[in-house]
Design a protein around this ligand. Structure first.
Ligand code: AMP
Length: 188
């Protein structure tokens, strides 16, 4: 199973993606986590990414595409995966589509988690305080949500138009309920 998990920041992509990945026995690849690791290790790429992340902006497409291509190379051609937080722009979606076409492993479905904006802000504000994520301060939260609607929401439509199955799931309710509903809808 090859899935994308999409939705605004704070929708629960990481939580639901991780549970689905465990259930399926596949890898979850999160570009946000890869970038945070690079930033913590202070690699050149991490230092370049930092100013975009701290401002709530997207890291340039070429950087993110490079990270994903590298991560995919490390896994067998038939292995399933869940991509979390990628692609976030149309050029990233096109790049991913080329990469997967070369491997002969197209996406099976896109999961879209929908959560009202005031709930996103509430969740992200709580997470910023708990985890000390520097991009979860109020100004950056607002910007990240804005960037999602401007850059990433069109990607969901793009998948729908290219004939990929898009599963829209309400991302409010308990973690277990949402996970159960996703598994049912994906026949897992
Ligand atoms: P996330 O943990 O997915 O919310 O990502 C945290 C931050 O990393 C984002 O606000 C972006 O600055 C950056 N980032 C993660 N994934 C991408 C991506 N696919 N394209 C561009 N920037 C990304």
């Amino acid at each position: 199973m090859r899935l994308l998990i999409m939705g605004p920041p704070g929708a629960g992509k990481g939580t639901q993606g991780e549970l689905l990945a465990e259930h399926l026995g596949v890898r979850r690849l999160s570009t946000g986590e890869m970038l945070r690791d690079a930033r913590a290790e202070r690699t050149e790429l991490g230092r370049e990414a930092q100013r975009f992340m701290d401002a709530g902006e997207l890291v340039p497409d070429a950087v993110v595409l490079g990270l994903v291509a590298q991560a995919m190379n490390g896994s067998g051609p038939t292995a399933g995966f869940i991509l979390d937080g990628f692609p976030r722009t149309i050029p990233q979606a096109e790049g991913l589509s080329d990469l997967l076409a070369r491997r002969g492993t197209p996406i099976d479905a896109v999961v879209l988690l929908k959560v009202p904006e005031e709930e996103l802000v509430r969740r992200l504000t709580g997470r910023g305080a708990e985890e000390g994520r520097t991009d979860d301060d109020p100004a950056t939260i607002g910007r990240r949500i804005q960037v999602y609607y401007a850059e990433t929401e069109p990607v969901v439509r793009w998948y729908g138009e290219t004939g990929v199955r898009v599963i829209e799931e309400t991302g409010t309710g308990s973690i277990e309920e949402i996970q159960a509903s996703l598994r049912e809808r994906l026949s897992l």
